[in-house]
Design a protein around this ligand. Structure first.
Ligand code: AMP
Ligand code: MG
Length: 405
């Protein structure tokens, strides 16, 4: 798939990263109300049928459909609101029943109140009922013993509700990974402070904090490390000792101020550090003193892209999640790209709804230093090496929404 010799394909790097992920962290039991975003450490089976009994889907009258006769009124023998256990329905009668109430033995249909006429003499049904009509059968949603969620599922709001619906109040989930982050660069100043000559604000720290928070991980924020070998070494040792994973930004290029890569070779293992990805070519990974490590580039847009493309799936795998990669959407290009690249490009883009369907537009400046490009849109167009694009072509698209949680 194209790619210049010496540059590793994104797919190869991703497979290597995922293969390198070790066992997930220990499990802990947490209340369901605090489990959003966590990864299930066990399979959950239902101990109950949902719904637990046949119940009415409407407000109306329940009966045995065989007792219906056109024009004949049937007396009301009981009133069944939701939450009350009914008694067996007497033959040749109807029960007044409400939505969600249990259908009594002896009834097999519910007629909507709008399709009936009630007087003191009984209820007149306008049409012959069918067996089963307006009844939600026991176990229709979930059957007792059924697997509700598999181990490795990340819990979203709907999974929390689903677990509650089968009566589960606590879940076994993996402890969140502790991720150390550090930013390298003598030029970095914290937002809130004033900029001196040659300085810029440290944005990568906040991009990484936001991305890691989105994944529900624990952050060990080690701040800024100056471009000095000893300081970088000390920071990396501390990070490796105290965290499950270490992420850094900057200092992985080939300049003599770039110490991270050198230290990785010396203190741990350097797995790859020139990728066929744009932006993000200097992305580096390996381990430091046995702790998994990823060295993200310094350029802010490259940090955002390489985190989403490489770190996110890797962290999710390490966290024990069974699904790690977002699905690529196929969308129409609203732009053209005349020159093919040797690297796989992740163009910051936005998917716009049009009358003929979603169309992807790209931000005009795709330089790796332009962080506005990431905020401008809602996703990325993925262009493989060697590929050009004409407006109207179908291209791959990754929505940030698929990845920022
Ligand atoms: P480096 O890989 O360290 O040479 O950094 C590449 C570019 O990214 C340089 O222009 C840096 O000033 C910039 N950069 C590095 N770290 C940060 C950061 N934390 N926030 C904003 N820009 C950064
Ligand atoms: Mg630097």
């Amino acid at each position: 798939m194209g790619g210049k010799p010496g540059l590793m394909a994104v797919e190869t790097a991703l497979v290597e990263l995922l293969d390198s992920a070790g066992a997930p962290p220990d499990a802990e039991t947490v209340p369901l109300s605090t489990a959003r975003g966590r990864v299930l450490a066990e399979q959950v089976c239902s101990g109950v049928d949902v719904p637990p009994a046949d119940n009415s889907a409407v407000d109306g009258y329940c009966l045995d459909h065989r007792y219906f006769q056109p024009g004949q009124r049937l007396p009301v023998s009981q009133r069944i609101p939701a939450g009350l256990a009914p008694t067996n329905l007497a033959p040749h009668t109807v029960g007044r029943i409400f939505t969600g109430a249990e259908v009594p033995a002896g009834a097999d249909a519910v007629v909507m109140q709008e399709d009936s006429e009630a007087t003191d003499d009984g209820v007149l049904l306008q049409q012959a009922p069918r067996a089963g009509q307006n009844i939600r059968p026991r176990g229709q949603d979930i059957r007792k013993g059924q697997t509700v969620l598999a181990q490795g599922t990340r819990l979203r709001a709907q999974e929390l509700g689903l677990l509650a619906s089968v009566g589960v109040d606590k879940v076994r989930v993996y402890r969140p990974l502790r991720v150390a982050i550090l930013a390298t660069g003598d030029e970095l100043v914290e937002p809130g402070d004033s900029l001196g000559p040659g300085q810029i604000y440290n944005s990568n720290r906040y991009t990484l904090i936001g991305l890691l928070q989105g994944l529900g991980l624990d952050i060990l924020d080690l701040g800024v490390v100056p471009d000095e070998l000893e300081a970088t070494e000390a920071a990396l040792i501390k990070a490796a000792a105290e965290a499950d994973v270490v992420l850094s930004s900057g200092g992985v290029s080939v300049g003599e101020e770039d110490h991270v890569r050198v230290l990785l070779e010396r203190m741990g293992e350097l797995r790859f550090w020139r990728l066929a990805i744009k932006p993000g070519k200097p992305f580096t990974c390996g381990q430091i003193l046995g702790t998994p490590f990823a060295g993200l580039p310094g350029n802010p847009a490259a940090v955002f892209v390489t985190f989403l493309v490489l770190c996110r799936p890797w962290l999710l795998k390490m966290q024990g999640a069974s699904a790690q990669r977002p699905d690529l959407l196929r969308v129409v290009a609203g732009f053209s790209l005349d020159r093919a690249g040797v690297r796989q490009q992740y163009l910051r883009a936005r998917l716009v709804a049009t009358d003929s369907g979603p169309v992807a537009e790209i931000y005009p400046n795709q330089s790796s230093g332009i962080l506005y490009s990431a905020s401008w849109g809602n996703g990325m167009v993925v262009i493989p090496p060697g590929v050009t694009v004409s407006e109207g072509d179908t291209v791959d698209f990754l929505l940030y929404e698929q990845m920022l949680y």
